[in-house]
Design a protein around this ligand. Structure first.
Ligand code: PMP
Length: 369
């Protein structure tokens, strides 16, 4: 029995543009080898910075291109952890939680409901502790829930940030926004407030995670500060990778490729929703993402995700338990993140059937007394 993974948010192999990128890499090195094979600007490959700047309506001095966006997140979180606390959604992307824990940062989690971040709870929290802070938020096809923050909440969140007496910097992490299957495109937080909102995104989910090209839109001051630190960490990001991605963009390949990626992902999302609907027991609930890589599963009353994961791994299917997306001991015990991005539609059906069989069986886990 082969293991079916709903654990990792990685693109299906069919979504990797192997031939095109091979060609782009050769062309990029042939055209600009003297630049991209050397050390160069720490902020990234010039033409790619310009492309990103233009697309985001900012000056290129505000763009920092990093070796995947996680690398930049490490640098940014370290910067803010020294200056105040970090507010996150609960649940949120697990790696920033781990980074913040490693940094010894003060982290406060703001709850979500079915529409994403609870802005009233954010307001209350800002009133309770008015100190300077960074709000790390994923408003579109969130990792881990697949939820999208409605427009009114986006506006309210930004109002709260502006009204706050100490600086509240908003960092919008948005690597999934372009992987949309249906529904209206919403303005990003950065589009709603281009001066103040920081934005991170990546080519990982739309071209190739192995290329390791992510980027940030920062304020000019912050870009300069992070570049100084980045120079001491890696001198220059991979200009070869960035020039390859730029060649892909320059040739106009992103649009048609994105259509293909969205088609592949939509098929997988549909397969997962259909299988959940057909097999899952009463009492289980799940999100219905309009895009992205993940859905969020809430298990029926009494079920425990840790126990289910243990039994599921033996039965040939894996996922990430919900608690991993919350600060330690603060929730998620009866929930799970299911990535539909990687497995084939047929495997998704089989994997969900395996999970549902386990949910119908009584757990062997000892009952806590
Ligand atoms: N942010 C989010 C929300 C992610 O899901 C990921 C990848 N799983 C990243 C950032 C990091 O992506 P990368 O480093 O590949 O750009």
């Amino acid at each position: 029995m082969s293991l079916i993974s709903f654990a990792r948010g990685i693109p299906p192999v069919q979504a990797l543009p192997v031939e095109e990128l091979a060609d782009c890499a050769r062309a990029a090195i042939e055209r600009d080898g003297a630049t991209v094979l050397n050390y160069g600007p720490v902020g990234g490959y010039g033409p790619l910075r310009e492309w990103i700047a233009e697309r985001n309506g900012v000056d290129a001095s505000r763009v920092l291109v990093t070796n995947g966006s996680l690398e930049g997140l490490n640098l940014l979180l370290a910067h803010f952890a020294e200056r105040g606390r970090i507010l996150v959604e609960a649940p949120t992307y697990d790696r920033p939680l781990k980074i913040a824990a490693r940094l010894g940062a003060r982290v406060t989690a703001i709850p979500q409901d079915a529409d994403g971040l609870d802005v009233d709870a954010l307001e209350e929290e800002l009133r309770r502790d008015a100190g300077p802070a960074l709000l790390y938020v994923l408003p579109t096809f969130q990792n881990p829930t697949g939820r999208t923050l409605p427009l009114e909440r986006r506006r309210r969140l930004l109002e709260l940030a502006r009204e706050h007496e100490h600086p509240l910097t908003v960092l919008e992490d948005d690597p999934y926004g372009e992987v949309r299957f249906e529904g209206d495109v919403l303005p990003t937080l950065h589009e709603l407030d281009p001066e103040h909102v920081l934005r991170s995104s990546s080519f990982s989910k739309v071209i190739s995670p192995g290329a390791r090209v992510g980027y940030f839109i920062l304020t000019p001051e912050l870009a300069a500060a992070i570049e100084t630190v980045a120079t001491n960490v890696y001198l220059t990001p991979s200009l070869v990778a960035q020039a390859t991605v730029y060649e892909f963009l320059r040739r106009g390949l992103l649009g048609p490729h994105l259509e293909r990626v969205c088609g592949l992902l939509r098929e997988r999302r549909d397969a997962m929703l259909a299988a959940l609907e057909a097999h899952f027991p009463e009492g289980a609930r799940w999100s219905h993402p309009e895009g992205g890589y993940f859905l969020w599963l809430e298990l029926p009353e009494g079920a425990d995700a840790r126990d289910l994961l243990e039994r599921a791994t033996t039965a040939g299917v894996t996922f990430v338990k919900g608690a991993d997306f919350f600060p330690p001991m603060s929730g998620g015990e009866a929930s799970a993140r299911l990535a539909y991005s990687f497995a084939s539609p047929a495997e998704i059906g089989t994997g969900i059937e395996r999970l549902s069989t386990l949910l119908h069986q009584p757990s062997a886990a000892p009952v806590a007394v």
